[in-house]
Each structure stands twice: as C-alpha cells, then as structure tokens.
Design a protein around this ligand. Structure first.
Ligand SMILES: [Zn+2]
Length: 278
C-alpha cells in the first residue's frame, strides 16, 4: 500500500484494491486523528500497524468525510476512538448502513468482520478540533453526497476534501448545485494541497484549474444530456458522450473515471425524465 508523508506529522494512505481511495493520519501528542479509512479492512489494518510503529497506541479521533463504505467501513477497527462526522452522515449510516454493508458482504468476503460504526459526535456547518496550537477545521461540503465534509489542517493548509474533489465529480448520490457551491468554498479556503477522496494529490498550482474544470464539467454534462433528451434520444445514446468531450481526462483511477462519468450522465438523464413526467 502506498503511503505518502505530506507534512511533518501528516500522512496519506492509498488503497491498492479500490479506486485509489485515500485516508489521512494527523499525528498529535495525544494519539492520532484519522481522516477516513480504506475500503478493505486489511488495508485499514496497515494504518493501525503504522500507528503502532510510531509508538501511538490508538487513534483519538476518526473523521468520516461521508457515509460511503469505501471511506467509512474501516472505522470499526479503531476501538476507543471518538468518531466525528456531519449529522447527515450519522443519519445515513443509521438508516442504510447495515443494509448496504450486508450487500457488500455478499459480494466481498473480505468484508465479513466489518460492522457499521455510528459516529459519536456530529456537526452541521463547521467544527474545529484543537491540539496544542494547531487546528483541524471540519467544514460541510455537500454535493457528492449531502453529508460530505472536508477537513482542513490549518497551518499546513492541507485540505482533505473527501469526494467533494475527485478526478471526476461524481453526483448520482448528490446534488449538482450544492457541489458547485462547495467547490466555490474550496477555492476560498486557498489550500496549499488537496488530498482528494480518490487519486493523486493536487498541489497549490493545480487547485484552481482543477476545481474550475470540475464546475465546467458539471455544466458540460448537463448540456450534453439535455441535447440527447431534446432530440428524443434514448439512455443508451449517453454512451457516446465521452468524458474528454466534457472536459476531463479518461486516465485517472485506472480508467474508472469513465464509468463514473457514465453513471453521472445516466443520473442526470433519469432525473430529467422524472421531472418531465409531472
Ligand atoms: Zn469515495
């Protein structure tokens, strides 16, 4: 598993097994703050071993950036940690978590020992965690999902964006208008670095261009799907709308971005069809 040290006491871990999902660790005098976990328990267990190797017996806090399993299923491994999320994340896990996990277990035997861990502490707009003179700023960034948050490591200005920033915006679960607003907030935060929920780190010089191109991508896919609907095209025709024609590369996440892009198109198509039915 790839591990990257991005500041003196801040590390990022990447899943090899699923979509380059990223998890972060901030070492603090009292232990560690873990920002998201990895999709499979054996990968999250490597984070635990890393902490042991650093002489840290436990994580003090685990932050869930949103309820999706590829970010939250490892939470149960951090016994004794206080789990923090948006209020909607806790609500989503209470409502759907166990059913979704049961489905995941049927497809993936590696998930057998996972249990849904409900967050202990929730917030609505913003929350700060202080340790010594330093601060982690947790901020609501809805759009990918309505419970999505970002975590800014103040001082280093490293933003763990969760899936608010990804190699392609992914919106079937979310709300495009909210995502546009959240991306505008990301720009005002002026991060030195963004650790995306999946894929490569964005450095300061790449942030504005990438975030702006995400907004343009959202505009482009709406226009393209509207064109198909206007001429009475079928859902199958969406396959002809290439991700690169909408302004994003097909290369990241080993090409998975093209599948995410197609799911975006289908979601917009279905939504538009539904709203026209009334
Ligand atoms: Zn994700």
């Amino acid at each position: 598993m790839k591990r990257e040290r991005v500041a003196e006491d801040v590390y990022v871990f990447y899943s090899d097994a699923y979509a380059q999902a990223a998890a972060g660790v901030v070492l603090i005098p009292e232990g560690a703050i873990v920002i998201d976990t990895l999709p499979f328990p054996d990968e999250t267990a490597e984070i635990l071993r890393f902490l042991e190797g650093q002489g840290i017996p436990r994580a003090r806090f685990v932050v869930n950036t949103h309820f999706h399993g590829d970010h939250s299923y490892g939470t149960c491994l951090f016994q004794g940690a206080t789990v923090i999320s948006h209020r909607f994340c806790r609500e989503a896990l209470v409502q759907w978590g166990e059913q979704r996990l049961a489905e995941a277990k049927q497809q993936m035997p590696a998930m057998q020992d996972v249990v849904v861990r409900f967050p202990d502490v929730v917030f609505d707009e913003e929350m700060h965690i202080h340790f010594g003179k330093r601060t982690l700023r947790l901020i609501h960034l809805p759009g990918h999902t309505e419970d999505s948050i970002g975590v800014m490591v103040e001082g280093d200005r490293i933003l763990f964006s969760g899936d608010a920033v990804m190699p392609v915006p992914y919106i079937p679960w979310g709300n495009r208008e909210h995502l546009r607003k959240s991306l505008a907030i990301v720009l005002t935060m002026k991060p030195e670095m963004i650790v995306q929920g999946h894929g490569e780190i964005l450095l300061r010089g790449e942030v504005a261009e990438t975030v702006e191109s995400s907004v343009k991508y959202l505009d482009n896919i709406e226009v393209r799907v509207a064109e198909v609907i206007k001429r009475g095209g079928t859902e199958a025709e969406l396959r002809k709308i290439d991700i690169e024609a909408c302004g994003r590369s097909r290369i990241p996440l080993d090409g998975l971005v093209s599948q995410l892009h197609q799911a975006n198109l289908r979601a917009i198509y279905k939504q538009a069809k539904r709203s026209r039915a009334f």
